[in-house]
Design a protein around this ligand. Structure first.
Ligand code: ATP
Length: 398
């Protein structure tokens, strides 16, 4: 349909990028990126009207997104400049604008387009031997300055390499290292680095990509004080393996924070302050890191020896999802892990039916500090033994 709208508006329309790559690889991809030679916004308005989709415009970038009721989304962009085969030649309007648009992209495998207009529907535009690289499993930049132009492509290269089990092509790898040594990655804003790292965390096997970032010494240019060791690798492995359990217990877990807590371990306060500022992380993150650092060794022993839940509670209370994930990343033995998960489940399910007011009115305890203490003690007893009679237990405490 999009193609026929291209006919209506007399504009060449293409599907580009990841969708084409995945189509040729036989993989599913529901992110559709459309490029229009002509006014992409005008085209998007027309298409959204015809299809009854909601449209959000990003006027500055001449792009728009169409949102459909079933959650499906299409991004529409304008192919930006015209392309001249030779200076003073007439602009190659039809093919060359899409060529120029594709040339701006990160890697050859992401730089193909398929025409959607009815007459040429399905025609593949492969200007840079992308199909060959796709067949040979190579991640290759389109030109020498690609990484300098946008150093986040260094992280993207690793992500795609690991996702598809490809290899970064030799010359590309050379340029990648040259760019790294030139200090270009350090110039990128924390927000953009964070975005790319979060994309890695969204991959099916994030650890492989993180290991490769370390192996290629890219990680050193992101977190200069991190020494990636096999111990750190084991913790990350645990972290990723435990995510499913953590997600069952907590609605939300910020994996980026969890990753940082492992990568930034043993950082001094000043460096931590710089890091949280760069990546836009709340201040309390540092407190949490520091608090777990001191409590962790005794806590791990308590878990190992299956000490009462109430004693564990006195050390960590009800931990945040990230703290729980962090603690679990240190636990290698299966039964210790089970014990800690049991603890978390117990903390989530234990609620007192007696309130502070009951103590005040029925038991004549007036001092609020005292009330707090008694309630806490009662809660701890219930953690150890969920079947206690609260009123009876309260009398024992008082
Ligand atoms: P994924 O399957 O992870 O969504 P994708 O290839 O669709 O992969 P996106 O990050 O969604 O990746 O980007 C969409 C397209 O935009 C890419 O295929 C690529 O052509 C282009 N692109 C994205 N980021 C960059 C960048 N930093 N530099 C150049 N081109 C980029």
């Amino acid at each position: 349909l999009i193609g026929s709208y291209g006919e209506d508006k007399k504009m060449p329309v293409y599907v580009v990028g990841g969708f084409v790559r995945d189509l040729l690889l036989g993989l599913e991809n529901y992110d559709i990126d459309i490029v229009v030679e002509g006014n992409g916004l005008e085209f998007a308005k027309y298409a959204s009207k015809q299809l009854g989709a909601k449209m959000v415009e990003h006027e500055k970038f001449l792009t728009a997104s169409l949102f459909f009721k079933d959650g499906f989304r299409i991004d529409i962009a304008t192919a930006r400049t015209e392309y001249y085969e030779k200076p003073a030649d007439l602009p190659q309007v039809d093919i060359s604008t899409i060529k120029k648009d594709l040339y701006r992209r990160d890697f050859t495998i992401n730089a193909m387009a398929i025409k959607l207009n009815t007459k040429e529907f399905g025609l593949l535009y492969d200007f840079f031997d992308s199909r060959k690289d796709l067949k040979e499993g190579l991640i290759r930049v389109l030109h020498k300055l690609s990484f300098v132009e946008d150093p986040t492509r260094i992280i993207r290269a690793v992500r795609f390499e690991q996702r598809f089990g490809f290899k970064i092509e030799e010359e590309t790898l050379r340029i990648l290292h040259e760019t790294l040594n030139g200090g270009f990655l350090e110039k990128v804003s924390g927000q953009r680095i964070r975005q790319e790292l979060e994309k890695i965390l969204g991959e099916r096997e994030p650890l492989n990509a993180i290991k490769r970032l370390a192996q290629l010494k890219i990680l050193k240019h992101i977190f200069p004080k991190t020494y990636f060791t096999s111990v750190m690798e084991k913790k990350l492995e645990n972290l990723f393996n435990n995510l499913r359990i953590i997600r069952e217990l907590y609605k939300k877990v910020n994996i980026f924070y969890s990753l940082l807590r492992i990568l930034l371990e043993y950082y001094d306060i000043d460096t931590l302050k710089q890091v949280i500022k760069k990546y836009g992380i709340p201040k309390k993150f540092i407190d949490e890191i520091k608090a777990t650092e001191t409590r962790l060794p005794p806590l791990l022993n308590m878990i190992k020896y299956k000490i009462r839940f109430s004693d564990i509670y006195k050390v960590i209370g009800k931990p945040s999802a990230e703290t729980a994930a962090h603690i679990m990343s240190y636990i290698d033995e299966e039964d210790s892990k089970e014990y800690f998960v049991e603890y978390l489940k117990r903390v989530f399910s234990t609620k007192l039916s007696i309130s502070g007011n009951y103590l005040k009115e029925k038991m004549n305890v007036k001092n609020s500090v005292e009330i707090g203490k008694v309630m806490n003690e009662l809660y701890c007893r219930k953690l150890d033994n969920p079947s206690i009679n609260e009123e009876g237990e309260l009398k024992k405490i008082l």
